[in-house]
Design a protein around this ligand. Structure first.
Ligand code: ATP
Length: 370
């Protein structure tokens, strides 16, 4: 796949004070965002949060009510869509059925009377490893292959910025996982700036260098995937990026390194540098895979939180791991994911158990759990 000279480097994208109002509805409240050149950036959020609207604003298909859009430092807010150095790959491939693969990819270049359209189209097809199918028609290709043709067509004219709107949404799960890795590989190869919109948290985290979690027309949190997952700042981000156990309580003690809360009569400690709020009523959380299950009360240790005794109210085996739901008086239900490294489950339905986690694995939220 070594076609390093294939495309020019991508450009950075800046959204400055963007607002988008539709009649009777504000889709984007206020958006400030800088995406560095050559990065793979994912905009992640639930349906209706404003992802596609943001993409359409960047593409020039919508006009912002307020704010400016800069690509590579140039203000394109008033530039027409077809004059922006941007291409979009949609979920529907929109390939021309009567044209061959190579004709589809070369179409845009031909229309603009670019001389070496065919050889450039072949280069683009090599990049997505489809050059051997250049003479086929779209309906003779699988869904994944059609999506790769759409990608080749989008990058053949070397846009500074490639916009991807749920491009893998129509593929089945296995193919989608495979295409995620391929897409990431292609982005690294060509060095273009990718702005990818998705509601699939696993997809965003697998592919992107930086993920922005969007909720109700605004960005709630932005960062590297692991950073967002390990240290979510709001209940929305904690829940959208995976499952979490959230405990709310009054702060009952602080030391230079930690904060302790009373959650339903249980003392839970969180490191001070992982807590967003340090007094009053706060919510702390821990991911279910960071929690361990014990058949007997573990010895108290200052660097571990222990809750219990509780009762196992649900066990669900899924091969690699088992998911336990544990009810603890005063708190409610807690979720534990345990790797199945031994034979048989650690605990059975109805068992009395204690659950524990290392204090350093907890996080504190800036808002309260709903
Ligand atoms: P999905 O994942 O379902 O595509 P999204 O996050 O991409 O969702 P958008 O398409 O950006 O969401 O829409 C954001 C909000 O703006 C939605 O509530 C939508 O109904 C509204 N909206 C979008 N386009 C218009 C329009 N032309 N007129 C009025 N409201 C609109």
């Amino acid at each position: 796949m070594a076609v390093r000279e294939f495309a020019e480097r991508g450009a950075d994208l800046q959204l400055v004070g963007i607002q988008k109002r539709f009649p009777g509805f504000t889709a984007i409240e206020s958006l400030d965002l800088t995406i560095p050149a050559g990065s793979f950036f994912a905009l992640l959020g639930p349906s209706g949060c404003g992802k596609t609207t943001t993409l359409r604003l960047v593409a020039g298909l919508e006009e912002p009510t307020e704010g400016r859009i800069l690509i590579g430092g140039a203000d394109v807010t008033a530039t027409k869509a077809h004059q922006r150095p941007v291409n979009t790959v949609f979920q529907s491939y929109a390939l021309f059925p009567h044209m061959t693969v190579i004709e589809n990819v070369a179409f845009g270049l031909r229309r603009r009377r670019i001389g070496d359209a065919t050889s450039r189209a072949h280069e683009a097809l090599k990049l997505v490893e489809l050059d051997h199918l250049a003479q086929r028609r779209p309906q003779q290709l699988s869904g994944g292959q059609q999506q790769r043709v759409a990608l080749a067509r989008a990058i053949v004219n070397r846009p500074a910025l490639l916009l991807l709107d749920e491009p893998l949404g129509a593929l089945d799960l296995k193919l989608r996982r495979q295409m995620q890795l391929e897409l990431k590989g292609i982005q690294e190869e060509v060095g273009l700036t990718f702005l990818h919109v998705t509601h699939d948290q696993e997809e965003a985290m697998t592919m992107a260098d930086t993920v922005a979690v969007m909720n109700r027309g605004a960005i709630e949190q932005m960062g590297a995937p692991a950073e967002l997952y390990d240290l979510p700042r709001t209940a929305f981000v904690a829940n959208f990026l995976g499952q979490s156990n959230l405990l709310t309580g009054e702060v009952v003690g602080t030391t230079p390194t930690s904060i302790a809360i009373d959650a339903g009569g249980h003392r839970v400690v969180v490191p001070v540098d992982r807590a967003q709020v340090h007094r009053g009523r706060i919510t702390v959380g821990v991911r279910p895979e960071k929690v361990s299950l014990h058949r007997e009360a573990p010895a108290e240790a200052s660097d571990r939180n222990v809750l219990g005794p509780g009762r196992v109210i649900d066990v669900s085996f899924s091969g690699v791991s088992t998911q336990y739901l544990v009810e603890v008086a005063g708190i409610g239900t807690l979720l534990v994911f345990a790797q199945n490294i031994g034979i048989g489950p650690v605990a059975a339905l109805g068992d009395e158990v204690w659950i524990g986690w290392s204090v350093e694995h907890g996080f504190g939220l800036a808002d309260l759990a709903p």
